[in-house]
Design a protein around this ligand. Structure first.
Ligand SMILES: CC(C)(COP(=O)(O)OP(=O)(O)OC[C@H]1O[C@@H](n2cnc3c(N)ncnc32)[C@H](O)[C@@H]1OP(=O)(O)O)[C@@H](O)C(=O)NCCC(=O)NCCS
Length: 255
């Protein structure tokens, strides 16, 4: 039989744990950033129903970052424009994220010149997207002190980027591209392609004439049951999958 002191200690532990969990939930709720509650962040544009989960990663020069509507930016996601906070990066946005995007936890979107992410792009956790490489031309100078090279990055609407993938400077991904987990992507990827590996290669592709080549190996997904309402779907999976009909003009999403 536990003594009274042991019972008290156990109850105190339970209460403390519950307090910490509730406090953390309160912090996450209160610290999350949205258009209505930007806190100390001044994004170039942030659309309705877009939310950056607290705690944020390294977010700076957000004046050059434009976010569309209905986006979820996961916990610990870094969004940075330029090398250092507080520098003038000119008249155009550096990072543009369309509407309906989900950026997975602990991803990094590191822009120096131009990164454009289309509507409805979803990424897994720990994805790295950058438009800059260090230069190494001068053999006598430390690489970190050489002026870097920038090339714009563009990720087409509807694409899905698997966990741990790296999107390199100059990459242009088409519409509905799948990037496999841990792929390292450079160059141009055609619409409706699946790319995998490092360097990433097209492993499957859809064209209207040939369909999927090679044919998809896995069993076809179950269709959504007939007659299910949007509200029931949201209750089931917790996501609002409606494609936003009126993306904010300020967010300047790509079509
Ligand atoms: C790419 C993926 C979606 C599978 O797509 P798929 O069209 O069904 O591809 P398949 O499984 O038929 O594989 C096609 C080829 O790509 C290769 N491949 C698939 N995923 C790969 C990966 N991550 N890395 C390297 N090669 C991979 C397969 O080995 C196969 O090669 P083969 O033809 O020589 O045998 C899946 O492998 C993947 O990486 N998913 C990411 C999951 C994730 O990160 N989720 C995060 C939650 S958002």
């Amino acid at each position: 039989m536990p003594t009274l002191a042991e019972k008290l200690r156990a109850a105190t532990h339970r209460a403390t744990t519950s307090l910490v969990h509730r406090g953390w939930r309160w912090l996450q709720e209160t610290g999350s950033v949205s258009a209505a509650r930007p806190g100390s962040y001044r994004f170039g544009a942030i659309g309705e129903h877009t939310r950056l989960t607290f705690p944020l990663g390294s977010v700076f020069n957000e004046r050059w970052i434009h976010l569309g509507t209905h986006c979820i930016i996961g916990q610990g996601v870094s969004l940075s424009a330029g090398f250092l906070p507080g520098i003038d990066l000119g008249p155009s946005p550096i990072i543009r994220i369309g509407s309906g995007c989900v950026i997975g936890k602990d991803s990094h979107i590191v822009g120096h010149h131009s990164i454009t992410i289309g509507d409805d792009v979803w990424t897994g956790p720990g994805v790295y997207i950058t438009d800059e490489n260090h230069s190494y031309d001068d053999p006598d100078l430390p690489i970190g002190k050489q002026w870097p090279r920038n090339e714009p990055v563009c990720i087409g609407p509807g694409s899905w980027i698997g966990t741990g993938a790296v999107i390199l400077p100059g990459a242009t991904l088409g519409r509905n591209v799948v990037v496999a987990a841990n792929a390292v992507v450079r160059g141009t990827v055609p619409d409706h392609s699946i790319v995998a590996g490092a360097p990433a290669r097209v492993v499957r592709r859809y064209t209207p004439d040939e369909g999927w080549q090679p044919p998809i190996r896995t069993v076809a997904p179950k269709p959504i049951p007939e007659g299910i309402t949007h509200e029931e779907l949201v209750a089931l999976i917790g996501w609002d999958l409606r494609i936003p009909k009126t993306p904010t003009q300020e967010a300047d999403p790509i079509a």
